[in-house]
Design a protein around this ligand. Sequence first.
Ligand code: UD1
Ligand code: CA
Length: 464
Amino acid sequence: MVLNVVIMAAGKGTRMRSARAKVLHRLAGRHLLQHVLDAAAGLGPSRTIVVTGHEAAEVERATGAPGLAFVRQEPQLGTGHAVQQAAPLLDDTGTTLILNGDVPLIEAETLQALVSASAGGKLALLTVELADPSGYGRIVRRAAGTGGDEAIEAIVEDKDATPEQRRVAEIYTGVMAAPTHALKRWLAALRNDNAAGEYYLTDVVRLAAAEATPVVGVAAPNETEVLGVNSPAQLADLERRYQRRAAALLMAQGVRLADPARFDLRGDLRCDADVEIDVGCVFEGEVVLGEGVRVGAFCIIRNATIAARATIRPYSHIDGEALGATVGAGAVVGPFARLRGGAELAADVHVGNFVEIKNSTLGRGAKANHLAYLGDASVGEHVNFGAGSITANYDGANKHRTTIGADAHIGSNSVLVAPVVVGAGATIGAGSTITRDAPAGQLTIARTRQASFAGWKRPTKKSR
Ligand code: UD1
Ligand code: CA
């Protein structure tokens, strides 16, 4: 079956009080429109059309999906007018699914149920009952006992509704599936003689009913999936609903979250058994936590793989960037550690407070426990990288590598000026600036020898 998807995203979103287009505001790390596109992609549509208008260029730049096309709606004369702009791109055979770009938590299964309900040329509407339906289009059904009992006759917009219609709790969520050929006919017949002076997409229901096309309602499985974002407060509310759902799914798999209300996932998090996550952590991109991993409070972890039994202590920031970062089994990182792209820590590595590691491998059991920087370095097994020591990897134009052999000891406050090799088992005296290779197994010191001066006097203030 041919399925086309139309996503309306041309509106201004005045109540966000933001220069940014509403659909580009972020929820769980992805912008609103991307959530809708991802849900729609679950149905494998043959074509997806996004209707843009307000901040169109920005929206089009920020949005990507296979088989995506954009049409512009200028000016914005209503939701019916929005879909009219997409109509020339729709395949006449098959079904069109219409979605709002500002309803981000809709799920693919719900959309699939709606599309299935439209099979055989029906118009299917996703509906929900709300305790407070004000502002929404109400579902108007034929009165019982008039033949065709309770069939849907129309959607009446809040502004146009009678007091009696306003009491209807069943509302239109803004999602419909329609036979494309008939949809085009209905769109062409829309008029704007209503309270808003707009072309209402919702008027297609009356037109369908008038042609005796069956109109069916599909109840949304819950309210959260169909809530829209119109204001910063609603955006924050949906963010929390998303996070509570993500937290619940993880806990159902056995992950122990200290507090599901203080947990944020902005990407994908995969956890093996017995993972513990303390409060205030943020996970972004692709993160994998192995069996028994413990993450302390207030850590931010992005694009990283943490192996079994590793411990990430509080306030650590691990951002694998594009390269990824890996922490080996049983390793201990933090508190206050920073791992960047290409940090690869083998098993049992210890990285302590105020240590930054970028694009470097640390062999099994290596330690950098205090105030250090390792960039573009290969560090062997059981190396001890002393407090306050750094690799000087950047000469102002190019980056160079530092290689440190197994079991080397780098004394405190040393500078290893790359490119440079420290041999296995070497010891670097504290405070050394190493600019040439240091041989394996030897002590290398590169600083002035300590001297003491007997009889030396401190300067005294001159009297004038
Ligand atoms: C719409 C429905 C209403 C439903 C509600 C659910 C109509 C006439 N009414 O009302 O029945 O209960 O959604 O949330 O459809 N848009 C455009 N171009 C336009 C106007 C809007 O692209 O000219 C886009 C908006 O960016 C938004 C979506 O269409 O993504 C919905 O528009 P909005 O103005 O929010 O419609 P509602 O008044 O909420
Ligand atoms: Ca709306």
